[in-house]
Design a protein around this ligand. Sequence first.
Ligand SMILES: [Zn+2]
Length: 626
Amino acid sequence: MKKIAYMLLTMAVMTACTRKASVSTSSTQKDNLYQFSVDLTKVENDKLEVSLVAPKISADLITYFLPKIVPGTYANYDFGRYVSNFKAYNAKGDTLPVDRVDVNSWSIKNAQSLYKITYKVDDTWDSPEIKGEKIFEPAGSDIDTNKKFAVNTFCFFGYFGGMTKVPYQVSFTKPEGFYGATSMNFANTTATKDVFVADNYFDLSDAPILYTRPDTTVLKIGGADILVSVFSPNKQANSKEIAANINSMLNAQKEYLGGELPIKKYAFLIVLSDNPNLMSYGALEHSYSSFYYLPEGTSKELAQTVKDVASHEFFHIITPLSIHSEEIGDFDFNTPKMSKHLWMYEGATEYAAGHMQIKYGLIEMPQYLDMLRQKMTTMKMMNDKLPFTEMSKGVLDTYKNQYMNVYNKGALIALSLDIKLRQLSGGKYGTQNLMQDLAKTYGKTQSFKDDELFDKITSLTYPEIREFFAKYVEGPNPLPLSETLQLVGIEYLPEATIKKISLGGISLGFNAQTKRIKIANVSKINEFGTKMGYQLNDEIVSLNGQLFDIQKAQHILDDYNNNTKEGDVVTMEVARKNSDGKEEIVKLSSPAMVVDVTEKNVLKLVDSPTEAQLKLRKDWLSTEKK
Ligand SMILES: [Zn+2]
């Protein structure tokens, strides 16, 4: 998973393959098969009805579950919250007695005669009336009649206690012209109905489906078929352009993974949102697909976000999907146990997503250093003394508010481990090699014991690595970032004054009423800010002619910081209250200036690096085969 919260204050078009065979409409009960059906053309009060012809049950009493938690989310979501009108029937159509045991489970009496279950499911994206933790959109569901259906299968379909290994058949009746983008194979498909099959509950829950009018592009990379499906509400972006970006990213990832993609088929399911209240975005990984919820923008505006988020999700193919502990390998959807290795599942994944980009030239050094710097800054805002293994074990409750550190400290642990390994191996071996070795040692179907991983890594590498884990991952010590980065000729300064183009030394905030970004603090305004004439509480309408709304602001600021040159005329429109309290639009303008800016966690290349530093930097970042 990758979740990003807004932190402003500081090629061929796919056509659905239709087969001639008719869709099986039989609802004969089978001994060993769940037969689910959903009719997407019948939405009532934002809900869909799910119907299950149950496998034969031998016990008198059986419990039906929807998940409490699903892999990759590290949060208790209680998907049963969205279920209502639960009914169980025998073959004659008589109802059977049902008790709702808790929010996620229902016990059914006289279960030997159970034939069918029906219930309604509300969507998680827009059901504010349902209390409890908000489900991160990539793990949730959306029922948006005639536009899109985001079907994370675990939001709709459950399992009977002790029967997660039984096969599933799922049928969808769909609106005319809709296509179900997914990594699953169609067992059958016609213009109005799709049937999918899965070997067990884990495989079904691992494969989301995005139903929309199709905007899909298929890439062929190294023998693998890569489906890119995009829903852009205002048609700002399209699958062809986003797929072109994913293409260059996946080609680099293929090289990074040793020259081959470890899959034959993969689907990127991307929903772009024009919700003006969107406060976080990101994606959730699966074995053969990933589901995205991102702010709508043009393909160009989204290019870096797609690269960062999609490469992260794709690298999850390595961990946790191919390297994981028993807690994940034997995932329990209703009584979850957490592993202590989030530093690897999320941290090493996030690190690889950035390392791959600098290594294969998708970004340049200044941008990479900025990426690392942002992680350091965020890490320092969190509890840096909390051992990462302990945080990981307690992420569902005690340390819930520390979860976001997996993308920050987690990635910096992997960075430090990578450079340490390079140093110990004379440049030959890094985390890239280590992850490939671990994937060979374990793999998709073989789990490690949570307590043995550090020793296993040590046995594959160097004794010093055990000390590294003891001190910095199991222990409370802050990472030795300064000395580690020195090894590759990067200087780390906790605070430094540098010369750069700035927006004026102002801090930004958000006015929830007007939905505009405002100037929240001018106490550190610099010479350029003074020339622009900013005033406290000015609300920014546009910057350099681009509408400055919450969804676009980050893209616009990145573009401003990376591309503005000294002397370029900067223009801004702000909404400002005049002395009568009336709002007026004021135009501000000044030539851009390079000013002294004091920043925290500054990273810069060492001025006169030693040969040893240059060599290790090259070993760390060069693509030459050794
Ligand atoms: Zn992730």
